[in-house]
Ligand binder design. Structure first.
Ligand code: NAD
Length: 467
């Protein structure tokens, strides 16, 4: 495959993500403006509204940790930037014979610890800023989990609901072709994320391999992870992120001496991550009392059966109008009393505005970036525990690493082996973050960053900076 030159396009204005509730679309984030109803004191025309981007949130988290650990100033400069930012504009023929242009991204944050690794997201909110943030979080995750990967992320700015399966296949294949050698099994390995799944990974794999000589194909099947098992995927990859979340919650419960039998939880997002986390936590005796997805929210103090809800959501395209339980709006959902809240949808859901609504003991971040720095401060004030995203949702990338290893070694591990190895890895990561939080007397997100940054600092110090 041929390498593409780097083409830059301006990031677009993004509309609403179609949500029926009040949370902010991920890329537009918090607006630092005057309180409602107030005018500027000197009656001058108000200053332009300053928007904080998702990447600003990453940098605020990064800076806090880097200051506390006295990260080497030169290494700090390196890690504050992404390595490569690839933007591709590509044409696809639609059902009606017309051509539509699409914009796709792949942003490679850092590969000091291994090949770039991270998911692909299909969502209207996808833009360079969001992908940058998601790519950086991948670097920290791999470092915390001690797996030999760097961080990347990508996606296409589309609402997949507007396209047929055939069109999505052509969009995916053309995107893969446009990315060319910017991805590869030993260079940059995509995986599923929001609105992408094992089917989309299979199309990417097939397109990538089709451009190679037949002799090369079977040696390169690890160009993506999260593939269907028959195409070289790993057992346990579909549930891996949810499973990892549940392993970390179990560990938290053990430390806090909380019994999960009879504990209550609420979940935002009922896709891959939210539905698996719900089903696995329920199997430990916990009770799901409220769920929200893009179509709406439901609540039931007697408990919601996540297996039944999943069947309903698959048939009806969401959980709205699920017959058991009351319909709740976003504020009511967020105010539901429970032991645990698992955000498993988009970013920027726990903010200065929404954090005070929460009535939970623990936030276990299944989603990437669900909490803004302002939201974090409020959670701390309220004494709500947090298992940060870069620790809590690493189950996905850990089992992706297992899939990649199985492909390289031509092995197939059974589910039991995958689960056992995942539990061991994620609990070690949890304990590293726990110990760092105790040692530095800091919050868990900052501790998780310090664990990641220390590992990256070590590798740069060992190798030095070329030339
Ligand atoms: P998915 O596409 O399978 O599911 C997304 C869910 O979020 C859907 O139920 C959708 O209805 C819901 N949703 C979307 N917008 C919403 C809104 N505004 N309010 C409420 N619900 C909304 O995606 P996924 O793979 O489950 O990913 C969910 C989150 O977990 C993302 O932040 C993703 O980056 C993160 N994550 C995913 C993985 C993985 O392995 N899939 C790994 C690590 C982190």
């Amino acid at each position: 495959m041929t390498s593409r030159s780097l083409t830059e396009v301006p990031s677009s204005d993004i509309g609403d993500n179609g949500r029926n509730a009040i949370s902010t679309p991920e890329n537009l984030v918090v607006v630092d403006s005057q309180p409602a109803g107030k005018e500027s004191s000197d009656s001058q025309p108000s200053a332009p509204v300053k928007r904080k981007s998702v990447y600003d949130n990453v940098m605020a988290q990064f800076d806090k940790a880097a200051d506390l650990m006295h990260l080497d100033a030169n290494i700090r400069k390196i890690l504050a930037k992404t390595e490569n930012e690839i933007t591709v504009n590509f044409p696809v023929k639609m059902h009606d014979g017309k051509v539509e242009m699409f914009t796709g991204y792949r942003i490679q944050h850092n590969d000091a610890l291994g090949p770039f690794k991270g998911g692909l997201r299909y969502h209207p909110s996808v833009d360079r800023d969001e992908v940058r943030a998601l790519a950086a979080w991948m670097t920290w995750k791999a470092a915390i989990a001690e797996i030999p990967f760097g961080g990347a992320k990508g996606g296409i700015q589309i609402d997949p609901a507007h396209y047929s399966t055939d069109e999505l296949e052509r969009i995916t294949r053309r995107f893969t072709y446009a990315l060319g050698d910017n991805i590869g099994p030993e260079y940059d390995i995509p995986a599923p994320d929001v609105n992408t799944n094992s089917q989309i990974m299979a199309w990417i794999q097939d397109t990538y391999l089709s451009t190679m000589s037949p002799h090369e194909r079977h040696r390169n099947i690890h160009v993506v992870t999260g593939k269907p098992v028959v195409s070289g995927g790993s057992h346990g990859r579909d549930k891996a992120t949810g499973q990892g979340i549940v392993f970390t919650i179990e560990q938290w419960a053990k430390h806090r001496e909380v019994s999960l039998e009879g504990a209550t939880f609420i979940v935002q997002g009922f896709g891959n991550v939210g539905s698996w986390a719900s089903r696995l936590l329920t199997r430990l005796g916990a009770k799901l009392v409220a769920v929200e997805d893009v179509t709406g929210g439901i609540r039931n103090r007697d408990g919601i059966d996540p297996d039944d809800l999943l069947k309903y959501a698959q048939v009806h395209g969401g959980l709205r109008k699920y017959p058991t339980g009351e319909f709740v709006d976003h504020i009511m959902f967020m105010q539901t009393q429970a032991d645990v809240f698992i955000p498993a949808a988009l970013g920027n859901q726990i903010t200065a505005e929404t954090a005070p609504w929460l009535k939970v003991r623990l936030v276990a971040e299944g989603a990437n970036g669900p909490t803004t720095p302002e939201g974090d401060a409020i959670l701390q004030e309220q004494g709500i525990d947090l298992i940060p995203d870069i620790l809590c949702n690493t189950g996905g990338v850990i089992v992706s690493y297992f899939e990649w290893l199985q492909n390289k070694r031509k092995e197939f591990w059974d589910l039991e082996e995958v689960d056992r190895k995942l539990r061991k890895k994620i609990i070690s990561a949890y304990n590293r973050v726990h110990d760092m939080a105790t040692e530095k007397k800091t919050d868990w997100r900052t501790a998780a960053y310090i664990v990641a940054l220390s590992r990256l600092e070590m590798v740069y110090k060992d190798r030095g900076i070329f030339p």
